[in-house]
Design a protein around this ligand. Sequence first.
Ligand SMILES: [Ca+2]
Length: 131
Amino acid sequence: MQDSMTLGPPGKQACGSVVNNTLKSPGYPNKYPNYMDCDFQVPIPQNMTMNISFIDFDLEDESSCGYDYLKIINDGGQVVSTYCGQKTGHHVLLSGDHVVMKFHSDGGDQSKGFLIYFTAVPHGKYNHNYN
Ligand SMILES: [Ca+2]
């Protein structure tokens, strides 16, 4: 598997990175390319909880997200949730050392992609995850 932290072959679009606490899918707001595999690691400040807000989210939909997906993985390497379809307005709260966002697209059907915003909030501001 290709190292997702490096640029792909010529002509393949780069994954980008988190800029100003904001993560955009490749090409956003235009459709993301096929055959993308991107890992984004976002540090979580000590004693803080990360609020991950799906400002805009539209990936190719499939009942088990088998085609295109965004996975949220905690610092223990466990997949917290897998998302596809339309999830605009969704929030996820995660604590730990860092969060990994893993984006995959297959060889067919593209959608708009996502715009995600990260906000570190003090522990206890929210009582539970609402994903
Ligand atoms: Ca697709």
